[in-house]
Design a protein around this ligand. Sequence first.
Ligand SMILES: *[C@@H]1O[C@H](CO)[C@@H](O)[C@H](O)[C@H]1NC(C)=O
Length: 171
Amino acid sequence: MTRCMPALTTPLVAASLLLLALAGVASADKGPGFVVTGRVYCDPCRAGFETNVSHNVEGATVAVDCRPFNGGESKLKAEATTDKNGWYKIEIDQDHQEEICEVVLAKSPDKSCSEIEEFRDRARVPLTSNNGIKQQGIRYANPIAFFRKEPLKECGGILQAYDLRDAPETP
Ligand SMILES: *[C@@H]1O[C@H](CO)[C@@H](O)[C@H](O)[C@H]1NC(C)=O
């Protein structure tokens, strides 16, 4: 069994190398580019999830921030602004395999919904093509929210309704 391995693997290795070389040529003209996209919303109840009173935010500024795994300075700070439906698009033209990349809230256009809460102000996004993700360069980040400083007065009832709906013992 093991004796026939070399004869079998050599052509396979050669074919893989050829494929890799071809892939390299094919991607060389465009580079390892990514488009990071996602949505920004206002969370008036500070719930950490979308409710029937949350809404998408137009004109919000977000940034992509990449930090090396082994600590050290963050490297990339590409910025973008959300469109009228709250969506942003950021083009990244490098592979960031050795880094943790995140989309981070930068600035809200709406004073009444502009609180940025530590740790809840970001979404991780993998910016490498070497992790098996095949999405033709598009990377979807989870929605991120600005919070209202004071929750709306109806939030108590709304959150209670969501809680009841999620509770397993609810009939
Ligand atoms: C949101 O949901 C709550 C609870 O189900 C309800 O009482 C409230 O009227 C809803 N508000 C809107 C704006 O739809």
